[in-house]
Design a protein around this ligand. Structure first.
Ligand SMILES: [Zn+2]
Length: 58
């Protein structure tokens, strides 16, 4: 048996086909981790010069 701490809550989690949420302990922890990851990836590409449109070039 392989046991690892859940990446989200650090609770000892079984890494086996019997655990459908592995490497997480539960579906909730899985969603939390995916949500955090998605948030991180959204934060990176914020270099677009949207503010440049404030000045009008007539
Ligand atoms: Zn967990």
């Amino acid at each position: 048996m392989i046991e690892r701490p859940c990446p989200t809550c650090q609770q000892t989690t079984l890494l086996a086909p019997s655990n459908p949420h592995r490497p997480f302990c539960s579906d909730r922890c899985k969603l939390i981790d995916l949500g955090a990851w998605a948030e991180e990836s959204y934060k990176i590409p914020t270099q677009e010069p949207i503010m440049q449109w404030e000045e009008s070039e007539e």
